[in-house]
Design a protein around this ligand. Sequence first.
Ligand code: TYD
Ligand code: MG
Length: 458
Amino acid sequence: MAKSRIEYTCQNCGYHSASYLGRCPNCQAWNQFVETKKEAAKVSSKATPSRRMTTTGIRQPQHLKEITSTKENRTSTQFDELDRVLGGGAVKGSLVLLGGDPGIGKSTLLLQVCGELAQKQTVLYVSGEESPTQIKMRAQRLEIDSEQLYIYSETDMSEIRQQVNEMKPDFLIIDSIQTMNEPELDAVVGSVTQVKEVTSELMKIAKNDQITVFVVGHVTKSGGIAGPKILEHMVDTVLYFEGEAHHAYRIIRSVKNRFGAANEIGMFEMKGEGLAEVKNPSAIFLDERLPNSTGSAVVVSMEGTRPILVELQALVTPTAFGNAKRTSTGLNTHRVALIMAVLEKRGGLLLQNQDAFLKATGGVRLDEPAIDLAIAVAIASSYKEKEINQTDCFIGEIGLTGEIRRVTQIEDRIKEARNLGFKRVYIPKNNLKESLRQSEGIEIVPVVSIQQALNYLF
Ligand code: TYD
Ligand code: MG
């Protein structure tokens, strides 16, 4: 019998090392290594999780032409905002991971979805975090009493598997992956080994029995889903539920989707009676705009295939002591620093002795090159103390020489701006040709460089 020996495993990414390390060379996380036993291979080397997951049983290369294609079978969750991020509904037999900070509303969302799904199909909601009574209380608050919704408090995967085999539900919810355990492994609950094994087991359930599985995963302080990063590689779809604790708005975002576009977003509002869909996010982001204020510019940002309008705010004030401070909420600080440098060098704004505070309003996080121009305009507006017209909006990426670069999906952006009552949109000159098709009812101002844009505006 082969001897088992000690090794060290990174709890963040699953990297193995023969000795203890302070920092993981693979994922760069600190203090994540724990002692694990390297098991003498328990199962045959052929039975790796991915092989065990094979659904077809066919182990030979097939000619592409001979493979029959089937259209994926989707079910609507009855929440358009969620259907969109899933790529048009939940795909039968897929494994969806829903990540997010504790208390953000993951369990609430899934329970509401279950309430809808269980009107027609069988749903098994397994919770390792709350008792059936707690879930019942929440369900009452959410006014859910669907016939075919089963609640099951359990953390032992072998019991869960047995129940699934007997009940054959259409949907299985696991809340949360970190509380589940595979009893035959002697690893701690929530450890890399456990999470990996439980996920691979759930993948088998999803693929072999064609059950749609939703799995809740907690997010660590650094923002990753607690447990191995490989978890994200194993599942079909990764959704993040995010929002600020002090805001009622929640955004659900697909960061990976084997059955649809990544980076789609959906928006919800947390209310006393649960989560409500927000059908028109732009209206909300622009709702609290103060008329005639300086340092504010509206951008049309694409989140997946959906254009949303967001107000960007800048406050530029002289530095009191020493180094100038640059802070941003919802925007990438490096991008802001770069744009300020371009404004200084190419736009002639003296910003080095100015503190700058930037914010994307409404608790959204924007990370797209097309927001550059609006950031620059907001900064310049605050610096010069000159306001921007209420009905202007800005689209464009800024290059290091101060040029305004082409962006994607310009037509959709302009259409959305016009729908929300904007009268003028500044766009990159190189996008002019496509945008002319949308020019009815909105003035299009093509700009080549940041200098030119500033000259127009101030
Ligand atoms: P929860 O779904 O338990 O979060 P998670 O599963 O992500 O940890 O959400 C809990 C929070 O939501 C809690 O702070 C209370 C709030 N909440 C409401 O505001 N309204 C509601 O109807 C419900 C059920 C919860
Ligand atoms: Mg929960």
